[in-house]
Design a protein around this ligand. Structure first.
Ligand code: C2E
Ligand code: MG
Ligand code: MG
Length: 707
């Protein structure tokens, strides 16, 4: 435009020919085109525009007549020549890029278009070219940064993905494929839903939707993906919006991290925190949660629920005698048996040690609970093999009922526990429902334990002696030492109350040693007084039998007292022996070798089979007083007693009937040719000097009863 106005303002117009006008127009175009223009003929420059000179840095005289390829970067010369040839052949007019060496030796990138023209009547090439170095540099920088970005993407553990608005994968890195368990080719265009179940798809959709609506990225949300092979992976994803250059959402991009391992550890930790490692049962913490939940629901629905507190009897002894592995095995077996006795909805949990708790919901009838408790006792007592030996355990169960015995977790648990202790005191292997009466028993137990710990050093124990009478001769042939305890605070406490506590606490070992020593010393003292010698029976607990020092203690006591071993008879209850027959037989044999007699006490209550008895190196069988109680009226007891007497005879054992209280009982036993009797009918357990008196009198009247 400026070119056309300039001549106007200079001189009055002279009409130009159309050719001149065209030439002016061409000049103006060339000057304003923004590209360098040149003409090459026969390979040499014949025209270069001003801008061409400016761009290249070469002056017109350095170019005209010179080879047009001279300043082209050597590697690109061929390419440019080919373009020129094609142009002359009118083959291609597409723009192309190449490198050009400027006057100042700088390499510049140019974009060139050439076209074939006629110049001075001959064929020539018209070229227009543009400096594109800046763009090229930018492109290169971009390419480099993109490469870097790709390398980073491919080297990270995290999966990177881009999806379109419909959720189809458009871009992703290798980690993404690895996590999803697919090949690169398999992921493009696939929808994320393909990797999720319905629930997870919904969750992801919600997250995408939120990102879309708010424009804010999500905070890492957990997502579960299902691979083609059906394996599950847990991932944590953060997603943000992808926008185009005009800020319109075009999809989503995100980073995912495979947290399957972390999840597994979390789940494991969670399981560990809520379950007992040994048995796999819910632990105390978990049970507490379940119970609280059940209490709330029972409250809402006006229902009852039962809590059964189970404690294995004498578990400590098994653990100490057979080792912890056997103890663990026993607990696992019991856990299994309890579970098998219950409905799937009932909860059994291990509190620790040998304590288990069961929760039964929807209890309508307490008889049902009683039946279940009975079932548990029955399953517990079944023999099991530990370290190749057949063993039996029993359990004591305490039961509390919601809401009757407590309306919260604490009182239900406490009262079930109290009832369990009561069951222990009732002789173990039984269940008891909580009642306010047994509360006082529980308090008592606690003070028994506290006071028992110092009873020995405070000299609070003493022994009473109960005679054993021979049916045939009518003479006192033996005496049983029975432990008595008088405490200044608690008064007189019976052995059935404190012996179980002494056994559980282990105090029985030192107490038992004292009993043995005192009884032997007493027997020798009587003999020294000139009284007829009698056999001294002393009770021994299981805990003592597995004590490593037992044999040494017996030997020392016999030596120190000077009592002949055959005057000592050690009584072991039948249930004790049944715990672990093989191991105990070995101990009993050693005792036997010392010349000491052995008796099985409370026979008939310990579930041993009659056949097993013959393996024990025993001399005496004491029939439990529960079988004697209603003789001879009770036909069942009658049959059992008769059978036991016959068995004893066959095995050449001395059979002693315990708890004989009446003449009828005595007569019946005499008829059955029972060997000996012990009971209130002849004599209660009495003090040593009273017994000395009895022995003296009885000796003078051997056939006459004192009562
Ligand atoms: P046990 O060894 O079976 O002792 C017999 C128990 O029956 C004694 O109870 C005795 O008083 C009681 N008794 C005897 N005749 C009759 C009778 O005609 N009628 C009734 N109703 N009872 C009778 P006690 O002294 O209360 O002892 C209970 C249990 O405590 C003993 O049963 C024994 O297992 C245990 N025990 C007692 N002293 C010791 C001891 O020094 N060491 C150990 N480990 N246990 C002992
Ligand atoms: Mg006894
Ligand atoms: Mg007995």
């Amino acid at each position: 435009m400026t070119m056309t106005t300039k001549p106007k303002s200079a001189k009055p117009k002279k009409k130009l020919s159309p050719e001149d006008n065209l030439s002016l127009l061409a000049k103006a175009i060339i000057a304003n085109a923004g590209v360098g223009i040149y003409v090459v003929q026969h390979g040499k420059f014949v025209y270069v525009s001003e801008l061409y000179q400016k761009i290249t840095g070469y002056k017109v005289k350095e170019l005209i007549g010179k080879n047009s390829l001279t300043n082209i970067y050597p590697d690109d010369k061929e390419k440019v020549r080919n373009q020129a040839i094609r142009c002359l052949k009118k083959e291609s007019f597409k723009p192309y890029e190449y490198r050009f060496v400027r006057k100042n030796n700088e390499i510049m990138w140019v974009l060139e278009t050439i076209t074939s023209i006629e110049y001075n009547g001959e064929r020539a090439t018209l070229g227009s070219f543009m400096d594109i170095t800046e763009r090229k540099n930018m492109e290169e920088a971009f390419r480099q940064s993109e490469g870097k970005y790709r390398t980073i993407l491919e080297n990270i553990q995290e999966g990177y993905f881009e999806v379109d608005l419909a959720g189809n994968f458009t871009f992703f890195n290798d980690s993404m494929c690895r996590i999803a368990g697919v090949n690169r080719e398999e992921l493009t265009g696939v929808n994320y839903r393909q990797f999720s179940n319905q629930e997870m798809s919904k969750k992801a959709f919600k997250a995408f939707n939120k990102v879309y609506n708010t424009g804010e990225p999500t905070e890492g949300f957990d997502w579960e993906i299902i691979r083609e092979d059906s394996t599950k992976r847990y991932i944590e994803a953060s997603v943000s919006l992808r926008k185009d250059s005009s800020n319109r959402p075009i999809g989503f991009k995100g980073v995912i991290r495979d947290i399957t391992e972390r999840k597994r550890i979390e789940q494991e930790l969670n399981h560990m925190a809520t379950h007992d490692a040994l048995t796999g049962l819910p632990n105390r913490a978990m049970f507490s949660q379940l119970l609280n939940h059940a209490i709330q629901s029972a409250h809402r629905n006006k229902k009852q629920l039962a809590v059964l507190f189970i404690d294995l009897d004498r578990f400590k002894t098994i653990n100490d005698s057979l080792g912890h592995d056997a103890g663990d095995q026993l607990l696992q077996e019991m856990a299994l048996r309890f579970q098998q006795s219950l409905r799937t909805v009932d909860i059994v949990s291990r509190m620790g040690g040998d304590e288990f708790v069961i929760m039964i919901e929807d209890v309508n009838d307490l008889n049902q609970t009683a039946t279940l408790a009975h079932k548990i006792l029955t399953t517990t007592i079944k023999p099991m093999v530990l370290r190749g030996e057949e063993c039996r355990v029993t359990a004591s169960i305490g039961i509390s009922i919601y809401p009757r015995d407590g309306e919260d977790e604490q009182s239900l648990m406490k009262n079930a526990d109290i009832a369990m202790y009561f069951a222990k005191e009732q002789g173990k292997n039984n269940y008891q429902f909580y009642s306010t009466d047994i509360q006082s028993v529980a308090n008592e137990r606690l003070s028994i334990e506290t006071n028992l710990r110092c009873a020995l050093e405070r000299n609070e124990f003493f022994l009473n002696y109960q005679a054993q009478l021979d049916f045939r001769t009518g003479m006192i042939t033996g005496v049983e030492a029975l432990l008595r305890w008088n405490n200044p605070y608690l008064g007189s406490i019976t052995p059935t109350q404190f012996i179980p506590v002494a056994e559980e606490t282990g105090l029985i070992v030192s107490i038992g040693r004292w009993v043995l020593k005192t009884a032997c010393a007493q027997n020798v003292a009587w003999q020294r007084q000139g009284l007829p010698p009698v056999c001294m029976a002393v009770n021994l607990s299981l805990r003592q039998l597995i004590d490593d020092n037992l044999l040494r203690d017996i030997r020392t006591i016999l030596e120190e007292s000077g009592m002949a071993p055959n005057f000592l008879e050690l009584e072991i209850t039948e249930s004790t022996v049944m715990h672990n027959p093989t191991r105990l037989i070995a101990v009993l044999n050693k005792i036997k070798e010392m010349g000491v007699r052995l008796a099985i006490d409370d026979f008939g209550t310990g579930y041993s089979s009659l056949a097993q008895i013959k393996h024990f190196p025993i001399d005496t069988l004491k029939v439990d007083r529960s079988f004697i109680r209603n003789l001879p009226q009770d036909t069942e007891n009658k049959a059992i007693t008769e059978a036991v007497i016959i068995l004893g005879k066959n095995l050449k054992l001395t059979v002693v009937a315990e708890g004989v209280e009446t003449k009828e009982q005595e007569n019946f036993l005499r008829e059955q040719i029972c060997d000996q009797m012990q009971g209130f009918y002849f004599s209660k357990p009495i003090a040593p000097d009273q017994f000395a008196e009895l022995l003296r009198k009885h000796k003078s009247h051997p056939k006459k009863k004192t009562k």
